[in-house]
Design a protein around this ligand. Structure first.
Ligand code: SF4
Length: 140
């Protein structure tokens, strides 16, 4: 799976809201896959990724908010000491994003410019399993 660095934050903060019904459905599907398979290989890329494919702001592979998302990606890369096209498992990279950013003041520094920040600020992350998705998946 290919992900933009800042999507390590957005995906763990997802609470069922998004740019469109198609986008939220796609986000939920990706998160359910990662919930079931946390060892999924992830490569971080600073261009449109596997989440962006369903985003209405993706114009032929170019993000309409390119400047904002580049700023967010740079913030994540710096705070988490990530260089180049880093690869790892979802479990490891999401854990890194939590310990370096989501559970620290870096989250507020990086994300306060985002229109979703007021919502994400109120959404807790704990163990790498998105709480909204955990609630959606039926358990035996
Ligand atoms: S505030 Fe924006 S960039 Fe930060 S986690 Fe939420 S949606 Fe992602």
């Amino acid at each position: 799976m290919f992900l933009r660095p800042h999507h390590l934050l957005c995906m763990q903060k997802f609470s069922g809201h998004g740019y469109s019904p198609a986008f939220t459905a796609h986000m939920s599907a990706l998160l359910q896959k990662l919930h079931l398979h946390p060892e999924t290989p992830v490569t971080l890329i600073c261009r449109c990724d596997d989440l962006c494919t369903a985003c209405p702001h993706n114009q032929d592979g170019i993000c309409e908010s390119a400047e904002k998302v580049a700023h967010l990606d740079a913030g994540v890369r710096e705070a988490a000491s990530l260089s180049g096209d880093t690869s790892g498992t979802w479990a490891d990279l999401s854990s890194l994003a939590r310990s370096r950013i989501l559970l620290t003041d870096a989250f507020h520094t990086i994300c306060s410019c985002c229109e979703w920040y007021p919502l994400c600020r109120e959404t807790e992350v704990s163990n790498g399993q998105n709480q909204h998705i955990c609630a959606e998946i039926p358990h035996d």
